[in-house]
Design a protein around this ligand. Sequence first.
Ligand SMILES: [Zn+2]
Ligand SMILES: [Zn+2]
Length: 378
Amino acid sequence: MSTTNNPSFVLRAIEDVVFEERPIPEIKDDEALVEVKKTGICGSDVHYLVHGRIGQFIVEKPMVLGHESAGIVSKVGKKVKTLKVGDRVAMEPGETCRSCEDCKRGRYELCPDMIFAATPPYDGTLARYYRIPADLCYKLPDHLTLEDGAMMEPLSVAIHSVANLAGLRANQSVVIFGAGPVGLLCMAVAKALGASRVIAVDIVPSRLEFAKGYAATETYVPPKFQEGETKIQYSERNANLMKTQLGIEERGPKAIDLVLDASGAEVSIQTALFIARQGGTVVQVGMGAPEIVVPITTLLTKELTVKGSFRYGPGDYELAVALVSQGKVDLKPLVTHRFAFEDAKEAFQTTRAGKSPDGKPVIKAVISGPDVSPHDLS
Ligand SMILES: [Zn+2]
Ligand SMILES: [Zn+2]
């Protein structure tokens, strides 16, 4: 096993990925070099592979993929006091400027100079080594695995939405649209924070079955479209159906305090606005249709609070590590597929297909670092 090279998994253009030998990154005094051991594949990684862009982020030169990673510190800069060689860490993959208005007012996720792993033009973490500011490394307690560490990234997305932006309190009730990885993690966070009801909505029954066994208290499958119905008509009918089937009311203890959309689907977002209580909160975390029709009068007369949620900000990674460490969120059931580094292409194909050749649905596929066995769950 050689640790003097830096094999990297590189996206060159649409549908064109290769393994490349890259130089081992040099670190600055306040940075660490981390040997990457586990990396989860995200919808956004697959999106760049298939479409070469997300919004204004366009792949114009070869880029290393991956941003959901954990590893072992192999080198630290002279000024680093918080880390030492050998520490097992989860890596927050967004490096901010620290001096702009957004950084200084505590909303660093909005930093215009964000350097985010595997968002063009910046390289990601699917390599042997990754260079990172030391304060973006979060030490993992001994009883957590490096896979848990990689999963802190999507968990932080959920924590940012549910705990930070929505400010969910104990005994509140929540509806979550979309039972993919982020939706499931939002359910887990809502449950961990003491939600009374966690209602999962998805069009795929097998996903709801999983959600029920994982963190949802109830599930709901939306009906089919009726002929001639507009999306907004459908969504209002869907919300009314949900109210009857699940005993949801506009006010009082049976009302829904918080709705999260982790699907990005227009009808889900519309239904979210119809189903939230008077004075309730709706948080958009799923990225999907860029423009939709909004029932604005409903939003206005119910005085809804609507928030957008993008990545994570101050305190989110810390809370993620704490909730998993305390046993309040279990990340293990979400890792459904594991691949060796040299099988990274297959890992992407599997995530893209949504299932492996044996028919098993993918929730999260994890790629091990070079020379790390996918079966190594330390
Ligand atoms: Zn991601
Ligand atoms: Zn900034």
